[in-house]
Design a protein around this ligand. Structure first.
Ligand SMILES: [Zn+2]
Length: 222
């Protein structure tokens, strides 16, 4: 199987996992991956992530030309391409509408809270983006700007975006972000959350054992 065919299969597998984990519903959300030829495979517009098939996936150049595919690409394609252009370390993007993160997004409450070790290690900062109308160029530019130095984003009145060096890592970050939103909700009910001091955050980001865990995901799902 060619590298591109494997990546098409992987996009469908991750699409199903996003749907099964209730991280997105209906035709919402979008996913994409970069090939070693610097081309981008992306979900077609209007398709549900639950039952997307490898042959449905659209192949684009970084400039946005359709290289193959029978359907129009996701309307999110412009900012997916901007991120690949800007972040050479990123090869996969997940955009989803998970309900608990969505609650924070609709209430205008940021999740950029340094309180849970796993999120600090695996994701890092989670910027909060003010509302912009999806599918517009203004929205695409804002998304790209917020993800210059971050691997996750919470967008007001909308949803989340996570980035990864591969699809598995981008997916695991989305999964972790939704669990984190649940934790913050519970912590708020219980009078928290209690923030970790900056010194401890710095220590977590440089833990050797955790660097190994991140490397494993990067290698296993290359
Ligand atoms: Zn969306």
């Amino acid at each position: 199987m060619s590298e591109e065919d494997k990546l098409r299969e992987e996009l469908c597998r991750i699409g199903r996992r996003l749907y099964e984990r209730h991280l997105t519903s209906g035709a919402g959300g979008s996913i994409s991956a970069r090939t070693s030829k610097n081309e981008v495979l992306i979900k077609p517009s209007g398709f549900s992530l639950a039952d997307m098939q490898p042959e449905n996936i659209i192949k684009l150049s970084l400039k946005g030309e359709v290289l193959s595919g029978r359907y129009p690409p996701s309307t999110d394609a412009p900012w997916h391409l901007m991120i690949y252009e800007m972040r050479t370390d990123i090869n996969a993007i997940v955009h989803a509408h998970p309900p608990i993160c969505g609650g924070f997004a609709c209430a205008g409450v940021s999740l950029d809270i340094p309180t849970f070790t796993e999120v600090i290690i695996q994701i890092g900062r989670i910027p909060f983006m003010e509302y912009a109308t999806p599918t517009t160029m203004d929205y695409a530019i804002k998304v790209a700007e917020h993800l210059k130095n971050a691997n996750a984003l919470l967008m007001k009145n909308h949803g989340i975006i996570t980035l990864g060096s591969n699809l598995e890592q981008a997916f695991q970050r989305a999964e972790l972000l939704e669990d984190f939103a649940k934790m913050i909700l519970i912590a708020k009910i219980l009078g928290g959350p209690i923030l970790l001091p900056q010194e401890e955050i710095n220590k977590l980001r440089t833990l050797e054992s955790e660097k190994w865990r991140i490397k494993v995901v990067e290698e296993l799902y290359r």
